[in-house]
Design a protein around this ligand. Structure first.
Ligand code: 5GP
Ligand code: ZN
Length: 133
């Protein structure tokens, strides 16, 4: 994909701070980190988002994310980490090359989780009927 920012980062056309690379995966520091050491893990094969990404590439990326998160615990003194994938505009995806955020977490770092909603009446059953495989 000629115009894809992350493809250009993988090829080296655009500079990045690489933290990890293997045959299938490239990982580098996010330019605007939630916390310092926030890493983006991307498959070398271009796919626009999680739905389009092959299972093989996804597994390779998740395996790398586990290594990187573990490294954040050891090397940065992080107390935890989040792995997060935004898929499509409504989720907040802005770069259309599949990527996993690996965000190191520290006590009181201010990164907030979502607020849960409640189901009313029969809603839960209706949703379940739609979602169930
Ligand atoms: P998304 O919202 O698509 O899941 O996240 C895209 C991420 O890419 C954002 O966290 C943003 O900071 C990061 N990003 C955007 N442009 C660049 C860039 O040129 N270099 C790097 N290293 N990260 C970028
Ligand atoms: Zn790409």
């Amino acid at each position: 994909m000629d115009a894809c920012l992350f493809c250009k980062i993988i090829s080296g056309e655009i500079p990045s701070h690489k933290v990890y690379e293997d045959e299938k995966v490239f990982a580098f520091l996010d330019i605007n980190p939630v916390n310092k050491g926030h890493v983006l893990v991307v498959p070398k094969n271009h796919s626009t988002d999680l739905v389009e990404c092959s299972d093989e590439d996804l597994c390779s990326c998740m395996s790398a994310a586990k290594k990187i998160g573990s490294k954040q615990l050891e090397a940065l003194g992080a107390k935890g980490f989040n792995t997060l994938i935004n898929t499509r505009p409504a989720s907040g995806q802005i770069i259309y090359h599949t990527h996993i955020h690996v965000i190191p977490r520290f006590e009181g770092d201010g990164f907030k989780h979502w607020h849960g909603k409640s189901y009313s009446n029969d809603e839960e059953r209706v949703i379940l009927e739609k979602l169930r495989f």
